[in-house]
Design a protein. Sequence first.
Lengths: 426, 426, 426
Amino acid sequence: MMAADPGQEMHALVERLYPLCRSITGDGVRGTLDIIGEHIPLTVHEVPTGTQVLDWTVPQEWNIADAYVADATGRRVIDFRESNLHVVGYSTPVDTTMPLSELREHLHTLPEQPDLVPYRTSYYAPAWGFCLTQRTLESLVDGEYRVVIDSSLTDGHLTYAEHVVPGRVTDEVIVSCHVCHPSLANDNLAGIAVAIFLARELAAADPHYTYRFLFAPGTIGAITWLARNAEAIGKVKHGLVLACAGDAGSVTYKRSRRGDAEIDRVLEHVLRASGRPHTVREFSPYGYDERQFCSPGFNLGVGSLTRTPYAGYPEYHTSGDNPDFVLPESLVDTLAVCREAFSVLDRNHRYVNLSPYGEPQLGKRGLYDSLGGRSDAKQAQLAMLWVLNFSDGEHSLLDIAERSGLPFDSVADAALALQSAGLLKE
Amino acid sequence: MMAADPGQEMHALVERLYPLCRSITGDGVRGTLDIIGEHIPLTVHEVPTGTQVLDWTVPQEWNIADAYVADATGRRVIDFRESNLHVVGYSTPVDTTMPLSELREHLHTLPEQPDLVPYRTSYYAPAWGFCLTQRTLESLVDGEYRVVIDSSLTDGHLTYAEHVVPGRVTDEVIVSCHVCHPSLANDNLAGIAVAIFLARELAAADPHYTYRFLFAPGTIGAITWLARNAEAIGKVKHGLVLACAGDAGSVTYKRSRRGDAEIDRVLEHVLRASGRPHTVREFSPYGYDERQFCSPGFNLGVGSLTRTPYAGYPEYHTSGDNPDFVLPESLVDTLAVCREAFSVLDRNHRYVNLSPYGEPQLGKRGLYDSLGGRSDAKQAQLAMLWVLNFSDGEHSLLDIAERSGLPFDSVADAALALQSAGLLKE
Amino acid sequence: MMAADPGQEMHALVERLYPLCRSITGDGVRGTLDIIGEHIPLTVHEVPTGTQVLDWTVPQEWNIADAYVADATGRRVIDFRESNLHVVGYSTPVDTTMPLSELREHLHTLPEQPDLVPYRTSYYAPAWGFCLTQRTLESLVDGEYRVVIDSSLTDGHLTYAEHVVPGRVTDEVIVSCHVCHPSLANDNLAGIAVAIFLARELAAADPHYTYRFLFAPGTIGAITWLARNAEAIGKVKHGLVLACAGDAGSVTYKRSRRGDAEIDRVLEHVLRASGRPHTVREFSPYGYDERQFCSPGFNLGVGSLTRTPYAGYPEYHTSGDNPDFVLPESLVDTLAVCREAFSVLDRNHRYVNLSPYGEPQLGKRGLYDSLGGRSDAKQAQLAMLWVLNFSDGEHSLLDIAERSGLPFDSVADAALALQSAGLLKE
């Protein structure tokens, strides 16, 4: 199942998904989920237009076949077939002719990044428009232009999908990726690719928690999922919003609203212990779908993992965020961070020392180097002493690892050895 | 009502109040309150000698008509008419002749500041004395001196006054100034001048809290007020002791005993956010009347605002603390700090998000820029997201401003907009 | 009673105790307690082999008369009579001849410290062995060697002793020293010497707490004491494990497991206030008998005082830890730290201000300099104001000393003066 070179395989997936014209509804999302479903089984949900979801309403479904602006000679000066970024997302249909002066009000450029096409949408206010480079705009001559957007806004569905890796307990960890951006590679095809590979690895690892992967359009998708799973939210103990997972920058972890949720502690520990350059940020109510999971009514322990964070790079939400902007080695590294973090999270239990009065005699249980006096006491024995001393039901193994300065793996191994010897219970 | 140049007007008030011979009782206090009363209406209280106030007793009233030391030629070598600092406050009456050797025991100088007259009192132990410069002392020749203090200590009253600016709620903010020092300008005529102007501004501002201004002699005055208002103390939610409000130094805020009272948080926020050079100090049980408001039985949220703090400048409690030591621009700046602080305090409420599950849809309420995707999200929209996310009944607007790094005004404006839209309640 | 030169007297005691062959049981411990008993009265406990103590069992008693390895000429190449470190502690008896190749498996050296003999034991796994310098090992020629260890392992007793200095209250402070190491001077004859002198000083000082000194073998001794005193543990409010008290290094205090126990606060305050170079370390579950007192079931407020800490010097657990390694001035300094700490601990009470509303009038009680206005307010008066303001039943005198920056002695003296004046109660 696993690729010989996961970085290349993830990158290939980003390239394959790149051309699809995704939005918050429509066939672009469905096509994306079809491709994801080739790698991991998905449960796809279709939620009808008009469904009330929390404070929102599922909008009409948007689809688009073609769009262009053509000059008097019929030449397409702006062409959807070249890049789906050229059309403002959710543009209403249009088929008319107008002078450039009037058309200008519908044209969006980035004057300070004259070679890039911006990404723009107008989901909830009916509008239409085109995005183009500033250089193209400057090359347009006055005159009449043919303007065509062959789109439809009709009652339909909002589409999202779930993939579940069952664990030994029903408590859940949610991993969420937005799937609503058209041709933007890092944001968020990179996150999707990492999530797929992570799901496959977890399935092979017999995890403690049940891991639920959510592939849904941003904002309205997370809100729809939350609205439809209100009674099951209590099972969600931890979560991670994965986005911008493939650029060349170092890793950024953004804390949950709680700030000291277990997922926060785990990610910070793993990033610090790994020696990776990284940044930890406080929660803020803008960014990706952590906004919804961490709204005050839910206040879930959900953090956000990116490389360069939300809106933090010049190529953000432009045609510069193309597959060349995503590096295979960055995808591999983001995947490794997730793997390491969930490995700690899965083992981060609180134990109780069953022999808490004085130290138990490890020697008679075969757990101690019998010839005392060596100044180079072994790490495994130190780990056992730390676990015994702090397993009072209050300190987790992560607490003990951080307090002792010992690697989490040593601490977790010590706990298993002590549990086997009957000295510890969970 | 407001002066064209409030700094000059406040300074003129300091100069006018300067010559009066104030003490903890007597006509100097009454004259001072008369002048304050020309600017803001006062309720004056007269509390009879002998009244038990907490652990203390209102002392006899002290008044003084004249005092001097004259040499053998009749020349006044120390003269109360030149400066009321020349007489030790609460000096008992004396009219006698004595040699310099005996007189010396009653003379107070500052040998290390030979040109300054010290300020001395003996409120609760019967004594008399004169204060003079070291240079004058050194110029006195041996011989007999006529010594006259034409003072009286009689049963009378302790006098203090209150001015109340009614607010929309009856919860109170107390602003307290000591009025017991004779010819000392910064300590505390400057505080009195700022308090008067602050009271006039607040009255024009329709404040949330009721603001109570207290003009009372130090220690015994605050103790008397506390003793007489024991049942109303519960209404005092915040307070500020204003002193040394006009010297050239930067602003110092001294925290309440609680250390994290709302007034502490507000003053620290305002000083930091304003960019002013300033100092924040922990509470200590010496200084001005915060000692009484913050005694452990009351433990009120009362801080102290000065420029150079209590006993922190060489001119402190000497004839060097004269009107020249007080700068109009310092008075204006202290007034501005109070204004800014109370503006924040008045708006620093805790709100509850009425749509706490997921983000509410701001667009349908006209609160959101509909064309998404702009990387330069506007501050007003950010402020709304922050207010919505943290309005859980626990976080105040100040908490949200500090956590978000947004200006308090933006956060407060966002709260008003969201409240108008029905998304927030107080 | 007290020596003219306590440093020399303590050092002489270290030298006298040095040659005895101590272990966790046996006549070496008894001989050590006999010498301690010449200085302070001891209650000696003998606990039979096989007694269950917490998770452990009192082992057989070990004694040794002689041991050596002799070459073919009969010359002792390793000789117990030169140093008891040459025999692995708890070695089983042996009397045989074997070639060097076979003997090597029983020989312990320190290759990186070729002139030092290591200290080794095998308490709970039957074994025998010799310790020697790497240089001696390298000088041994192949051939047959006579190997003799004239030891015995028989049912007997574990021996430990207590000395109690009665206080004004029955709440106890425990001072614990391990007495199980053979010829190692700093570890722990130095601790024993300091404990003896400390006990004599405390007896002369009429202490508040009852001080219990425990002289017991490491680990099994503390565990035995804890097992036999389970019902009295509640009386142990504070404690200090004394070890490595005489090397040239500066003082190290290792916190109790609680981390903020009163003993932790006191030691840190005393070390900081004294200006001594020192180190404070967090608790860790290895070191001396704080491991047992701070096991999670007991979790006592017991810290550890050493100079260079456990296993922190090259001479640790080698023949380099001889009386020359212990300095009289270090013993004197460690004793002084204990004296200063217990002096603070004994006075560190929480008081309640009986006049908490406003400041009480100190002047009418003779506690205040009546001529107000002096800028150089005296430290004693400041201390009274601090004690009055923070004596709310929550703040201890140490809290007040630290918050005020005043010396603990000033704060404690102020509390006594205020208590005498009826303004404070404990």
